[in-house]
Design a protein around this ligand. Sequence first.
Ligand SMILES: O=C[C@H](O)COP(=O)(O)O
Length: 497
Amino acid sequence: MVVPEGEEEPEYLTTFVLEKDGVKKEFTTEDYPEDTAWHFVESRTVLVKEGYVPPVHDFSIMTWPDGEDITEQVLSDKGYTFLLISPYLEFADDSNIDRINELYDYCGEHGYAFYCLTASGDDVIGRWQDLTGADYPFGITDEITLKTIVRSNPGLVLLKEGTVYNKWSCNNLPKEEDLNVPLEDGELGRLQSASRMMTTLRVVLWFLVPLFVLVFADRIWVGSKMYRRMKHKNRIINLLKRKEMRKKIVAGNWKMNLNLQEGVALATELNAALAADKPNCDVVICTPFIHLASVAAVLDAQTIGLGAENCADKEKGAYTGEVSAEMVKSTGAQYVILGHSERRAYYGETAEILKEKVNLALANGLKVIFCIGEVLEEREADKQNEVVKAQLAGSLFDLTAEQFSNIILAYEPVWAIGTGKTATAEQAEEMHAFIRTTIAEKFGVEAAENVSILYGGSCKPSNAKEIFAKPDVDGGLIGGAALKCADFKGIIDAWKA
Ligand SMILES: O=C[C@H](O)COP(=O)(O)O
């Protein structure tokens, strides 16, 4: 044992109880008998003078059977010493004897000391040797001391210079593979505190680092969620900004209602109402062919645009009852509705026919209000996007971007037309956003941002404001409510704050 400078070495007294001819007697290291007829019974160590408390104390080893005190030799050994600790060999667990013997062989190979320390008597030690084939040397140590060193019986301690480097219970002895390298090069020979550091490091690596990664990932996720929210918010703001730049339109579709006089009267009334209260949006009325020229005459073209509800898919010629795009244009009209669901359903207008009509209308300088929308069964089958996309593609996707700039789209869910059933503002926005995305994919973002998309289907003064407030809704195509000036104006006024 190395005692630091300035410290006093403590003094211990070890007494040994030996027995001869049935008589027990106590001895110390001073008067330990050389007579081998004395048999060891037990030993006790007591502190007689306090001093430096070494890592291992209250400890002495007398060799067995010679009784040589090797305590100092063991504790000051600069090399490794294994101590197999068994206060009572008679009660020791002998199930790992082979491992202990292997360990002793390992010590022999590498020059490490190995002792079995016990407080058991001669007979017991001898029996243990017979039983286990133990070749290792034995030392006698006080049983209490041994019990305080390790609780397991037997237990194993690795010492170096009086410092305990490692301890094992009998069920957790060094494994065979641990003994493949010298103690100097392996984990076994590391000071336990260093091992604890390694353990701590392992905990950090296996537990804290993943925990940190998880926390970090969680923060990133929260951050990205916030970022997505911000992005979404910004997108809405941008959409609303872009919306400001798009044309806001309220268009009326009189359908097959009103005779000429009624139509002219309604147009005149509307013209006066909007002259008195200027609208915040473009206003268009689409009338039957017979009204066009007369209505054109009463409208202030700066305030109210005029459109037809249809035009022929032929340029001109022997098509009895048809009205060409060129004829529509000649009345003073600037717009034409094409692809209305009623034309598709009742007059068999296919995507191909509509494509012809669109081309002719554009060629004659008309702006086209092109209608698209799904029927109830299609919505119930969740096919609305597919249907609308096909309608767009079937009639408009051959246009150039420049031609497309003269198209106004009108989404009219057929199940909401004239039924009093309105799509919710959210349903409308969802579809309008989808339409805009579809246009962006085909004609580019700029075209998509510029195209006005109107909502049609039971739009009234009472619901127009909510629907028009949606970022992708740019106005309405109004049927029934366009036949009364007050209702139509009420919808137009939805664009006012
Ligand atoms: O063209 C207009 C639409 O078909 C909407 O008609 P509605 O407002 O009577 O439902």
